[in-house]
Design a protein around this ligand. Structure first.
Ligand code: ZN
Length: 80
């Protein structure tokens, strides 16, 4: 996994090339409008740039999530 370029407290994601603030799974799921389970699925499939902090906290790129999340059919029923 390439090292992201730090820009202030944001990073340039090496996968979707957007400048983003890395967020938790819960926050990312809210931003992208998908379930946390979907977020974990994206992570497992390697579609999302993930950084593990201190071995237990997972931070990920919401840009990747929106990029891929917008292409899944599930997105229409994520509105609550
Ligand atoms: Zn990304």
């Amino acid at each position: 996994m390439p090292t992201p370029t730090l820009i202030g407290n944001r990073v340039q994601c090496p996968m979707c090339c957007q400048v983003v603030e890395l967020v938790t799974v819960t926050r990312a799921s809210r931003i992208a409008g998908v379930s946390r389970r979907s977020v974990y699925n994206y992570i497992e499939e390697g579609l999302v740039f993930v950084v593990r902090v201190a071995g237990k906290t997972t931070r990920l790129c919401p840009g990747c999530l929106i990029f891929y999340g917008s292409e899944v059919t599930d997105v229409t029923k994520a509105v609550s």
